[in-house]
Design a protein around this ligand. Structure first.
Ligand SMILES: C[S@@+](CC[C@H](N)C(=O)[O-])C[C@H]1O[C@@H](n2cnc3c(N)ncnc32)[C@H](O)[C@@H]1O
Length: 197
């Protein structure tokens, strides 16, 4: 069994990784070859592997702070492991990537770190390129999810306002092209996909 299938089954969400990447790429609607991709917090590389198989980017940059995942990530085609300081994309030039994304990362990070990364994502994406990430926002936290999290004492997660995010990213020239809900521990996150003007 592949690592991505194992993680999907372990999280009681079979097929979620493939479905998420396919939704992202459908919304991104790349018309030209995807040359450079950048991912924050790739973990096992389950999203990276799917993007690489689908788009064959020349370079797939990864910023990952957990050293134990690095050997596995290094083995993926065209991956460049960038020095991860935990809050910037400092090794990536401005306006250089076609797609910069993060999955199941901003649901855990302190708000100020997420905001810093969002500013960096807006900096590194090229005009016409795509910024994508998932968060827990007010459209995710329905009664059932709230109940599940309270009863399981899910203290790890943080919420971020959807309207605030859209306004802040708009200030960087990023407009929402669409979204997709993704399962997360008895609830869901919303994957938001933006295009830079
Ligand atoms: C919940 S895991 C998600 C992994 C992968 N994106 C997935 O969905 O399978 C969060 C990942 O973000 C990484 N991470 C945590 N803090 C980070 C930071 N400040 N900068 C970059 N990566 C970080 C963790 O090491 C971990 O691999």
């Amino acid at each position: 069994m592949s690592v991505e299938d194992y993680i999907d089954r372990y999280s009681a969400a079979p097929g979620a990784t493939v479905e998420t990447v396919d939704a992202l790429l459908r919304l991104a609607d790349f018309r030209e070859k995807v040359e450079r991709v950048c991912e924050i917090g790739a973990g096992s590389g389950r999203y990276a592997a799917r993007v690489i198989i689908s788009e064959y980017p020349d370079t797939y940059e990864i910023y990952e702070t957990a050293g134990d995942w690095l050997p596995r990530l290094r083995s993926l085609p065209n991956v460049v492991l960038q020095p991860a300081d935990g809050h910037t994309l400092s090794a990536t030039p401005s306006g250089s990537v076609d797609l910069v994304h993060a999955h199941k990362v901003f649901v855990y990070l302190p708000l100020v770190v997420t905001i810093g990364y969002l500013d960096e994502m807006a900096r590194v994406v090229r005009p016409g390129g795509i910024v994508a990430f998932d968060v827990v926002n007010e459209d995710c936290l329905d009664d059932q999810m709230t109940k599940n999290w309270v009863s399981s004492r899910a203290t790890l997660y943080g919420m971020i306002s959807r309207s605030w995010l859209l306004e802040r990213l708009a200030q960087h020239g990023l407009s929402l092209v669409g979204s997709h809900f993704v399962p997360l521990s008895g609830g869901r996150t919303e994957l938001l996909v933006f295009r830079r003007a």
